[in-house]
Design a protein around this ligand. Sequence first.
Ligand code: XLS
Ligand code: NI
Ligand code: NI
Length: 441
Amino acid sequence: MSYFEKVNKVEFEGPQSTNNFSFKYYDPEKVVNGKTMRDWLRFSVAYWHTFTADGSDPFGAGTMIRPWGHLTGLDLAKARVEAAFELFEKLDVPYFCFHDVDIAPEGSNLKETYANLDIIVAQIRDYMKTSKTKLLWNTANLFTHPRYVHGAATSNHADVFAYSAARVKKGLEIGKELGAGNYVFWGGREGYDTLLNTDMKLEQENYARFLQMAVDYAKEIGFDGQLLIEPKPKEPTKHQYDFNVATSLSFLQKYDLAPHFKFNVEANHATLAGHSFQHELRVARINGMLGSVDANQGDQLIGWDTDEFPTDLYSTTLAMYEILKNGGLGKGGLNFDAKVRRGSFDPNDLFLAHIAGMDSFAVGLLVASQLIQDRVFDDFIVNRYKSYTEGIGLDIVEGRADFHTLESHALTLSQIPNESGREEHLKSILNQYLLKTLTEV
Ligand code: XLS
Ligand code: NI
Ligand code: NI
């Protein structure tokens, strides 16, 4: 049975192609900077947005027309798996991701929920025997159900803490069974809405205890995937503890958890935190903590996580710049934590949206790799900091300077020759590289 009968396997046809169901820039076998596009980009489909979500929003009902939409319960869950592997194969996408509740319905108690999960995980495992698509990461949804109203690991209620631990325990077991490359913690309810009822200190300590127990359990069962924290400053909670990469890193360091975790950086979460996507990737990268990416984009005019498919070529280029500088994403990937707009309700839009996102990141890869190869920004930056390679600057970075020697040096200065940072010029070079790459493909 086919769910997307009218869509054939999507192939690279180049920018001249008029076939909407083809890649214009993403050429999986093309070698860029020593690796294939497929291996640099490591695309992943997010199960929740593509197979589970129905397009409902706080003001309106679901709009999505889905070939599995008439089913319920486990039948629905099974049909989604079938549809998912059909889409993975037609897009030739190497990875996918899911939350436990995306793949199987919750039962009336934990045992029933486990039983439902076991049925669907077995079905997924069967598909994975012959499919090329692997599991990038899975996670436990610790935010939708009313029990998480006051948080999960940071709930005021110890039973919720225990229940959440059970779900993560099961999640790690599923991750191991399906060979997941990573396991994600996104704490949508780990934070507070008002300090008037919140013991922030206890909540944060409990969160650290929870993560340590997860580390211990992963080790106990031999789960060798990378554990990832996905920061987000707010939404649904007013203030989330994993606010951004820098805040989360300090938290991990304080509790000696940093060696066990990396970050899953999401573009729209970066902008919600008042940062650029590139900023968050850079902070993670320079600290050796860049694990994986939730590839999407927000909307400048809307103040929440719109999770749009990434089409902004500046953003994909600067993201790929960081990823290339990182030497790639290791076990991570570019997961389209992105949803088609409510008005894009046709099943074909699922393909067209992924094609748009994949082509946009392929362009980003091409442009970024050229920028790096030509040392466009590198040379500029090296030159900009050259005062640290000699004299007093070298004394500073090599630890020979103190306030006495610095004052003596300062007293000899008459005028300090600052130079222009050339921001506009650098941006115009970026434009040139973008346009040049686009015409050369
Ligand atoms: C929500 C998050 C979520 C995580 C996984 O904003 O992006 O989808 O990626 O729980
Ligand atoms: Ni995400
Ligand atoms: Ni998000």
